[in-house]
Design a protein around this ligand. Sequence first.
Ligand code: SIN
Length: 489
Amino acid sequence: MSVTDRLDDKSLFRTDSFIDGQWVSGEGGVDVLNPANNAVIATVGDVGEAGARKAVAAATRAFESWKKVSPFERARLLMNWYKLIHENAKDLATLITLEMGKVHKEAQGEVIYGASFIEWSAEEGKRVHGETLSTPFPSSRGWTIRQPIGVVGCITPWNFPNAMITRKCAPALAAGCTMVIKPAPETPLSALALAELARRAGIPDGVFNVVCGDAPAIGGVLTSSSDVRMVGFTGSTAVGKLLMKQAASTVKRVALELGGNAPFIVMDDADIEKAADGVIASKFRVSGQTCVSANRIIAQPAIADKLVAALEARISKLKAGDGFASDTDVGPLIHMTAVSRVDKLVSQAREQGARIVTGGKSLADELGGSFYAPTLIDGADPSLDVSCSEIFGPVCSVYRAESEADIIKLANDTPYGLAAYIYTNDVGRVHRLSEGIEYGMIGINAPMVGAASTPFGGVKESGIGREGGKWGVEEFTELKYVLLGGVEG
Ligand code: SIN
């Protein structure tokens, strides 16, 4: 029976959380809505503070044995999980589109992207090495070892309800940590499905726990319990700051993947058609609801009007609709509050004299879900909210700047520093601009930067730490230094 068939069988989602290898029911119920039509697709109960404490206790017990399992055996179990995810990719993608609206082919891509972190981490876990060190004393020897940090609390977002769990959990599990995951209330189903597949893969009880329910109560336990040694979070900068404050009381390590306000710089030597394609790929993926989404298109004046025309031609043709429809380019936003927020940003820009080149309105009444028209703005003042805030919707604006110094200044004029994009064919400009702008990831003539093998993360208020590659595994380890004296006897 497929997930879509089972959705008619309300018993599928009667369980709420996965703790210590058991399905655990919670109190009451939070409805999970399909943003394409606002229909209730499941109801998930709240295990609250007590459930979170139970999960932390289970993860603490499980850590004692999991940390001693050989990295080769951990890799074998992770690869079982990877294979099961591939075997169930169709159902997992269906869940993603149902619970957060993403265009179905993007959801299919997310499942494969998510699984790639498991494959990479399973291998990389075998390469967690220490080093031998020189010491000032002839009679001593020094070396380092890397050990798993311990129990990790993960608070994951709704925009990638599958891949943001695997991107955190796979390296942590490979390094020997155990996990308590708190998924976004909008998208618990993908997390619970991953838990079921982890169970079938043979990952031992207590190693991978998913707790659903009241965010402040569960987040409070994860950030304050002294048994939790690290908190990983993907989400807004405002919530990241709060979690960081809470985690300070027990001096936990934090890994924060926070907001962005990506500049997309187009120089006058760039291929304008390719740059316009790049903006579409970066901006309208997940309806603009990614942290790495191009928000501010900064063009040199000589090519700016041509770029605006190329973007208008593409954006005006994008079709908004249900993520399951084969002709949909842009799905719904996560909920109506997001539609109102985006509309407010666009209305303010319009009132302040910016030109709405295309789009600029809610499509909620027209399409019956949380839809917003793909929108291009020209001439918005850089001080407006649409220029300064993380838009998280299908809206971008074009700005003009001539000199490299002004381009760098405009690109850096934000507290964020996650992803940036530069389109140019001049190698000197590639170096000067990529060294001058303050971002953790930079795509040159490339609109997408994430991969299992590369470091994902930001600078400034976009976060702390890196996910992916060898850096992603290292985040979940402690470096220990050992000194041996009396070697010469
Ligand atoms: C994000 O927006 O949080 C993740 C995007 C990505 O991995 O490409």
